[in-house]
Design a protein around this ligand. Structure first.
Ligand SMILES: N[C@H](CCC[C@H](N)C(=O)O)C(=O)O
Length: 318
């Protein structure tokens, strides 16, 4: 069956995106595409919705489905807004209806969208995480990991473990890799795995590197960057408000507000289209094949933008 795919990215977190009817085998499509293209982190599916402008489902490259994807939602937001000639929309996701909006471009030629990140929960049962009989883990070391890294566990609503670390933990990613692989394998703490982010203060914001559940290290993870901005505000590292978050794939703006117990999070960044493909989707990746690929000419502008922002990241990722 021939289907049309867009290859898209938010902060170089790269996906194939497909619009189609509800089906039970999109996880198989995600697995096939990951096998045929080592450069993608997952699959975004745009579906009809009875209660919103559209519905988004997101699959990691290992075929696992997640409840949310911040970078992916910006790309879905662009598609739905352009399809309906809208400047804002509501997208149904697994656990929430989220507002999305077209924004002023980050730089000429870079489509820019903001997305609501919600709901937010620090209840360990919402990740889930089991640790020491606790109900929450906020800015607290896990002694068996390190006495020097305060960790926070938060669901937005997908699960994140956020560590505030000195730059030395960024230059050598082995510590983060070891524990992310531990928590995403058979373990006593995260029965459903967890996205693990290490965060370091930089001059005008924070730098975040994420080892994503179901993927591995990615150029950026939108929900992780937003959760990291929230944790950095709670730790007093940056003031509440607009937090500039740098990552190996570029830079995004995370808007963090907290009024009493009410937390509001918004993620603003690029929604870039790389290429358009016709894919002949058969039962197995051996029989499936790309029929065509057309470059959409947007990446040169994004690379100009990321050259400016990657100077910050280069101090950590070389
Ligand atoms: N790996 C994530 C899903 C993708 C989220 C990420 N790509 C983002 O931009 O938020 C998880 O299993 O929860």
């Amino acid at each position: 069956m021939d289907i049309t795919l867009l290859k898209v990215h938010g902060s170089m977190n790269t996906f194939y995106m497909v619009e189609g009817p509800e089906r039970q085998d999109y996880d198989q499509l995600a697995l096939q595409l990951a096998e045929l293209d080592q450069g993608i982190d997952g699959l975004l599916v745009i579906l009809p919705s009875a209660t919103a402008d559209a519905k988004m489902r997101v699959f990691n490259r290992d075929g696992s489905e997640a409840s949310m994807c911040g970078n992916g939602l910006r790309c879905v937001a662009r598609y739905v807004c352009e399809r309906g000639n809208l400047t804002n929309a509501v997208i149904e996701t697994m656990k929430a209806h989220l507002h999305v909006e077209k924004e002023q471009t980050l730089m000429d030629g870079i489509a820019t969208y903001s997305v609501e990140i919600s709901p937010v929960s620090f209840q360990l049962t919402d990740l889930p995480m089991t640790y020491d009989g606790r109900e929450e883990l906020i800015l607290t070391p896990l002694p068996f990991v390190s006495e020097d890294v305060p960790f926070t566990a938060v669901a937005v609503p997908n699960p994140h473990l956020i560590g505030l670390v000195p730059g030395s933990f960024q230059a050598d990613e082995s510590h983060q890799k070891r524990w992310a692989e531990t928590f995403n394998g058979p373990n006593d703490y995260f029965s459903d795995g967890v996205n693990v982010s290490y965060v370091t203060k930089v001059e005008d914001g924070i730098f975040v590197r994420t080892f994503e559940r179901g993927v591995g290290f990615t150029n950026a993870c939108g929900t992780a960057m937003t959760a990291s901005a929230l944790v950095s505000c709670m730790a007093g590292i940056v003031p509440y408000g607009d937090v500039y978050v740098y990552n190996p794939g570029g830079m995004v703006k995370c808007s963090v507000s907290k009024e009493g117990d009410r937390i509001s999070l918004k993620l603003t960044g690029n929604a870039s289209y790389l290429s358009k493909h016709v894919f002949d989707w058969k039962d197995t990746s051996e029989d499936s094949r790309f029929v065509s690929a057309d470059d959409l000419g947007e990446q040169a502008n994004y690379e100009k933008f990321s050259r400016q922002t990657s100077a910050v990241a280069r101090q950590f990722v070389g």
